[in-house]
Structure formats: structure tokens, C-alpha cells
Design a protein around this ligand. Structure first.
Ligand SMILES: *Cc1c(COP(=O)(O)O)cnc(C)c1O
Length: 310
């Protein structure tokens, strides 16, 4: 894995932004690497280094059938010359879906377990997984979220040449957002957009990963999960297609699409004062779009109408 990729920060030009006097920039972490994209590249960076340093030869991790983390870990392991094992939630997961096919093509060995078993394995700290030589195995938690992942995500702000009043990113586990909060200076306010219906524990998760837990320069915006994790509707898909036409930026509907939808909605509703400078982190996730389009077209619904990469 190239360790110092070029970070692109793209200024967004939309009539709404001019009208409201808000400057919006999108940091294109989706372009950090073709297969280990976005925040997964940052989350894996120090973990892969640590695994190698400890002499481990296999990465073991866990996730759903369309997981960005599974795809990224498989690619990162291959790049690092390591083996990988992915424990997939759902005995009914389709090994031919684009995510799992990609992971397999990287040499990842997949084990399918039903949902109850997955929960049990998680509760046991993944001790029950068949791994062969356990000495050789480096375990990455679900979503890859641990202290080394947060350390990598702190580098999101490493290439900033100017000051931003607000910095935004999507949340699954919250590790990426915590890294962002650790990376900004105290007068940048961070807005996190949970992709899940948060029952309140997410802010505790974020706090656990903060270098200064007492920091007040962040908050979670909980109105834009569209019902639950993974759920999409026509309004969201149409918004993303329109955003692509106007900006050339492809989004994913699980994380970045919901964040940008929310951010634009907040701009419309005058959440930000004129003169405000906002940066949003494109955390990647585009490999999942093939699976999303398959799901949507099976139901006869509008699909994402921009080029789909994986
Ligand atoms: C995994 C992922 C996230 C969530 O990252 P966390 O560190 O778990 O909060 C956000 N965006 C994209 C595109 C992802 O793939």
C-alpha cells in the first residue's frame, strides 16, 4: 500500500451554495486507492504495519456480504503479501456478489456463518473462528475500528492548507469520525452523520477514541439515516444521481450519500451562516454500489446512473 497518496480537495460549485454564501469542499479520500478506498485505507494503514511488525502472515476479519471493510481488507492483505480470512454474516450470502467475488479474487478465504453464530463469535471475541495457525493471525475487529485505525484517520486533516469552520463525515462505528475530531484544530467544529439509527451509544463510542474526551467541538447529526443502516429510498437515489450530474462526484448510498444529502438539506435550512467554510470527507465505499444497483434493479427501482467501479 502506497503510504503517502495524494489527497484531493475539491471545491463544489452549486447555485445553492452561492445563494447561501456557504463554501463547500469535498475531500476525495475515495480516490486514495482503487481497491482500499477512503477511510478503510486510513483504518488499515497502521494495522497492516503492526501486523507485519509482529510477524503475522494472515489478517482475520468479519463483516456483512457487501462490506466495504471486507473488500478493503482482502485487497490490503494481498498488497502486503499476507493471507486473509473473512467471516461473513449470513449463511445465505451470495458468494457471487461483486464484493465477495472481489474478496475471493484477492485470495481471501471466506467462511459463512448464520446470524446467531456471528453474534456468538462476536461475543466470544472471535475466539471460535477456524484459522489454522492462530499464531500467524492478526485480528481486525468488525469495521476495522481500533486505536490504530483512529490513528490513521487522524491523518485525514494532514494535507489541509486552510482553515475550515466545519468538517463532516459519515459514521458507522465512529472510529473515523473520532480520528477526524482528533485531527482538527479546536476551532473547527466536526459534524458526524450516523448511517445507522443510533440509540445513543455512538457518542460514547466516539468519546472512547478521542485523545481529549472533554473536547466539545463535535456533535452528531442524527436525522439522516433514512430509517436504518443500509436502507435507501428513491429520494436518496435521485439526489445522488443529480449530485453526480452537477459535480462529477459519485457517492455511495450507505454512508456518503446520506451525509451529503443531510449536509445539503442543512444548507437549505440555513444551518450555516453566510461566509462559512465546510469540508466533507468522502470516505469511499463505492465498491458497494454494484450490489446496491443489483438490489434496486431486482425490485424494478431507479438505480444509480453513473459508472460503477469495484
Ligand atoms: C466503513 C465506512 C464508514 C464508517 O466508518 P466508521 O469508522 O466505522 O465510522 C463511512 N464511510 C464509508 C464509505 C465506509 O465504508
Amino acid at each position: 500500500m502506497k503510504t503517502n497518496p495524494i489527497v484531493q480537495i475539491q471545491a463544489i460549485d452549486l447555485p445553492l451554495l452561492k445563494e447561501k454564501g456557504v463554501q463547500l469542499f469535498i475531500q476525495r479520500d475515495d480516490t486514495l486507492h482503487p481497491h482500499v478506498s477512503g477511510n478503510k485505507w486510513r483504518k488499515l494503514k497502521y494495522n497492516v504495519l503492526e501486523a507485519k511488525q509482529k510477524g503475522k502472515t494472515c489478517l482475520l476479519t468479519f463483516g456483512g456480504a457487501f462490506s466495504n471493510h471486507i473488500a478493503a481488507t482482502a485487497a490490503a492483505a494481498q498488497l502486503a503479501g499476507m493471507n486473509s480470512i473473512g467471516v461473513i454474516r449470513g449463511k445465505d450470502a451470495d458468494p457471487e456478489n461483486s464484493t465477495l467475488k472481489f474478496a475471493t479474487s484477492c485470495g481471501m478465504q471466506l467462511q459463512y456463518v448464520d446470524r446467531a453464530e456471528f453474534r456468538e463469535l462476536r461475543a466470544s471475541g472471535w475466539k471460535g473462528v477456524e484459522v489454522g495457525n492462530s499464531e500467524a493471525v492478526y485480528v481486525l475487529p468488525e469495521g476495522g475500528s481500533n486505536d490504530l485505525a483512529v490513528k490513521g484517520c487522524k491523518e485525514i486533516t494532514g494535507d489541509w492548507k486552510e482553515h475550515y469552520d466545519f468538517a463532516c463525515c459519515a459514521l458507522g462505528t465512529g472510529a473515523t469520525f473520532a480520528g477526524l475530531v482528533n485531527g482538527v484544530s479546536g476551532d473547527t467544529h466536526c459534524l458526524g452523520f450516523p448511517a445507522i439509527k443510533d440509540q445513543g451509544y455512538l457518542s460514547d463510542e466516539v468519546s472512547l477514541f478521542l485523545e481529549e474526551p472533554s473536547r466539545q467541538n463535535w456533535e452528531l447529526i442524527r436525522e439522516y439515516h433514512f430509517g436504518k443502516y443500509g436502507k435507501v429510498n428513491a429520494d436518496l437515489i435521485n439526489f445522488m444521481n443529480d449530485f453526480y450530474i452537477k459535480t462529477g462526484i459519485p457517492l455511495d448510498p450507505i454512508y456518503t450519500g446520506k451525509m451529503i444529502y443531510g449536509l445539503i438539506d442543512m444548507i437549505k435550512n440555513d444551518y450555516f451562516n453566510p461566509g462559512t467554510k465546510v469540508i466533507a470527507i468522502h470516505t469511499g465505499g463505492l465498491q458497494g454500489n454494484a450490489g446496491i444497483n443489483m438490489r434496486l434493479s431486482k425490485k424494478g427501482l431507479q438505480t444509480l446512473n453513473y459508472p460503477i467501479s469495484n
